[in-house]
Design a protein around this ligand. Structure first.
Ligand code: ACO
Length: 335
């Protein structure tokens, strides 16, 4: 039963899109000194999709949202809010409103949300608040990133990991039940330097005594081992807390859907939680780490394959730069 003053949320559609260009590990070994064997065994990644200069976050994110709206049977004109979780906007002032125009979602408010690879989970919880308070009835949440723009293509420790893509879900008010069963969001800025895409200012003196900082963002820099340790400790913790809030046990989860960073992280987290591998959703072999897009792309794949069925309980967890991490336990589909 829902609390009387609260409206439930249902997740009624999903969609995804990725650039056409595909770079496999063999191809990548022409860019940096690496090998298919090293990348596969350390990460599980076999290929990644990369955006050309003619593609943009807007184009792939709008395509993903369009597919999600079609599945949900919702017209763009009926969307109240669009949230775009991204760290790689086409425009630092925000890309969500460009997507709103592209979709023809004429009455929707639209904004960007940045929480790196946790962005989709942070966005899911944010969208649910608007629906549960009765403010909006229909929200499109998109996770999209074009990390190839900010990857250091001379650094073999990071460039083998990332890829580009977008995934989306449609979330709608549901008077009968609440599909968001439990969640927990966390941040620890004291560990920010583990994973950065940082602005680097250079001094520009405008007039005497007034100097400002102008510059650009530096490519992604990562301490891989620290990030690995952080993920395998914090992700099981945050999933357990979210399950507690949902009054569910680990055994009641149908699917574990983690941010697709690295197969070894997925395996270690599943093992710590005692979740068998057939319940673990993994598609990073095909896409690499697509940051905020990885969870909704993987969700879209398993829903369209018919593996995930309406009513299934999914434990999703995002983790990454910030550092940020979070989990959401939700039921897929219309009630
Ligand atoms: N090809 C070949 N050799 C490589 C490569 C490569 N692509 N990269 C590193 N190496 C070498 C290193 O130079 C090093 O050689 P050395 O011992 O001769 O110096 C050796 O391999 C081991 O390097 P490490 O950096 O210690 O490799 P590690 O075993 O830690 O694996 C990895 C690296 C896969 C990145 C691992 O640390 C990891 O999975 N970390 C988590 C990172 C992650 O998932 N980040 C993203 C999450 S957050 C987000 O999504 C934004």
């Amino acid at each position: 039963m829902l609390h009387q003053s609260r409206i439930g949320v249902a997740i009624t559609g999903c969609g995804s899109a990725a650039p056409v260009a595909t770079l496999d590990n063999e191809g990548l070994s022409q860019v940096v000194e690496t090998s298919d064997e090293w990348i596969r065994t350390r990460t599980g990644i076999q290929q990644r999709r990369l955006a050309t200069p003619n593609e943009s976050l807007k184009t792939i994110a709008a395509e993903a949202a369009h597919h999600a709206l079609e599945m949900a049977g919702v017209a763009p004109a009926d969307v109240d809010l669009i949230i775009l979780a991204t760290s790689t906007p086409d425009d630092l002032f925000g890309t969500a409103s460009q997507i709103q125009a592209e979709l023809g979602a004429v009455k929707a408010a639209a904004f960007d949300l940045t929480a790196a690879c946790s962005g989709f989970v942070f966005g899911l919880v944010t969208a649910a608040q608007f629906i549960q308070t009765g403010t909006y009835r229909t929200v499109v949440l998109i996770g999209g990133d074009v990390l190839s723009r900010w990857t250091d293509w001379s650094d073999r420790r990071t460039c083998v990991l990332f890829g580009d893509g977008a995934g989306a879900v449609v979330m709608q008010a549901d008077p009968e039940q609440n599909a968001l069963l439990g969640f927990e969001l966390c941040s620890d800025g004291s560990q920010n330097e583990c994973l950065t895409l940082a602005f680097q200012p250079q001094s520009l003196e405008l007039i005497e005594d007034i100097t400002i900082g102008q510059g650009t963002f530096q490519p992604i820099a990562m301490n891989g081992q620290e990030v690995y340790r952080f993920a395998i400790k914090r992700v099981p913790e945050v999933i357990e807390k979210s399950l507690f809030r949902a009054s569910l046990s680990v055994e009641q989860i149908d699917w574990l859907l983690l941010h697709q960073a690295n197969q070894r992280i997925l395996d270690a987290v599943a093992q710590r939680l005692g979740i068998p591998s057939h319940k673990v959703i993994s598609n990073m072999a095909k896409y690499g780490n697509t940051s905020a897009a990885s969870i909704p792309i993987a969700l879209d794949e398993v829903v369209r394959e018919g593996k995930v069925k309406p009513g299934d309980v999914i434990a999703a967890s995002g983790f990454g730069a910030g550092l940020t991490w979070g989990a959401a336990i939700f039921r897929w589909g219309k009630s």
